[in-house]
Ligand binder design. Structure first.
Ligand SMILES: [Zn+2]
Length: 299
């Protein structure tokens, strides 16, 4: 089969690998640009989208927009970048002129916003203000969802993602790319408060995520991390149907946070298998691993 070089919608890298602390729990450290390229060569990935992490909650290091631009500028054939915006930036107010910031980074080359991890409710007035700004500036956003305050990082939503739905309805021109355990766990209907921030197993009966994808054309999915890989591999037949139905709005992604991460290899092998077995068409495979990102980001 033809080799298709992939695009990673969800990348993190540091311009200062020798200076940053390792994650206290995992011992892992974010990779430098060259180190990440080394992993990309093993995974047949042409380009990654570098995402800042500007919210301090539950991170051992923050990564700025400028950090991402530095790495992308050093390797323009391997990386593009998004800017990191916390909606409290500027005036800590729902009236802040966020297009001022977005247009600044857009003029420097940023192609989107995120990873958005701020611990505010998804429909908080300051989030609402950011989503309006994204529409105005025509920039997509990648979000990480948290199940409640004080649990890790991410914008907060309840079981079933009702707050996110309110925002999808209110901001039809926003392009919202979902990621994280509480996002992907909603693929199945039998979800509970206890397992929504985990990696639920077993056959999938259509959950809220499927309904939201059908109802809102402005919602997209990021397959990165253990959460995306798990949502696919737990039920391969369902995954094939999901990827086929939403072929235009799903992105391949890695979210490599340490040199020992194995989830990107697992997801890559799974998608390759679906492609080779005919579970998904050649056209669907190409869109997911490359075409959708090319189109949305103008690559
Ligand atoms: Zn991430």
């Amino acid at each position: 089969m033809e080799t298709i070089r992939k695009i990673d919608i969800h990348a993190h890298a540091t311009a200062y690998p020798q200076l940053i602390p390792a994650n206290r729990h995992t011992g892992g450290r974010f990779l430098g640009g060259e180190e990440l390229i080394g992993m990309y060569d093993q995974l047949n990935i042409e380009k990654g989208v570098l995402l800042p992490l500007v919210d301090s909650v539950s991170q051992w290091v923050t990564m700025t927009s400028e950090n991402c631009k530095l790495i992308a500028d050093a390797h323009p054939d391997r990386f593009v970048w998004f800017c990191g915006i916390d909606p409290r930036m500027g005036d800590n107010s729902p009236d802040t002129d966020l297009p001022y910031l977005l247009n600044h980074y857009k003029s420097l080359g940023a192609r989107g916003v995120g990873e958005l991890t701020t611990q505010l409710y998804a429909d908080d007035p300051m989030m609402d203000n950011l989503f309006s700004a994204l529409e105005e500036c025509d920039m997509p956003v990648i979000i990480h969802i948290s199940p409640r305050f004080g649990v890790g990082y991410g914008i907060i939503d309840d079981l079933g993602l009702p707050r996110l739905e309110r925002m999808l309805k209110k901001h039809p021109a926003m392009k919202l790319i979902g990621h994280s355990q509480p996002f992907w766990a909603e693929i199945a209907a039998d979800l509970t408060e206890e397992n929504r921030n985990r990696y639920p197993q077993g056959k999938v009966t259509e959950g809220r995520l499927v309904k939201l994808m059908r109802d809102y054309g402005n919602l997209y999915c990021d397959l990165s991390a253990g959460s995306g890989a798990n949502a696919m591999t737990r039920d391969p037949e369902f995954a094939a149907r999901f990827l086929t139905e939403f072929a235009d709005r799903v992105f391949f992604g890695c979210d490599i946070c340490a040199s020992f991460n194995t989830h990107p290899f697992k997801l890559d092998a799974f998608l390759t298998d679906l492609r080779e077995s005919g579970g998904i068409s050649e056209e669907t495979y190409r869109k997911i691993v490359r075409g959708n990102a090319e189109r949305m980001l103008g690559l």
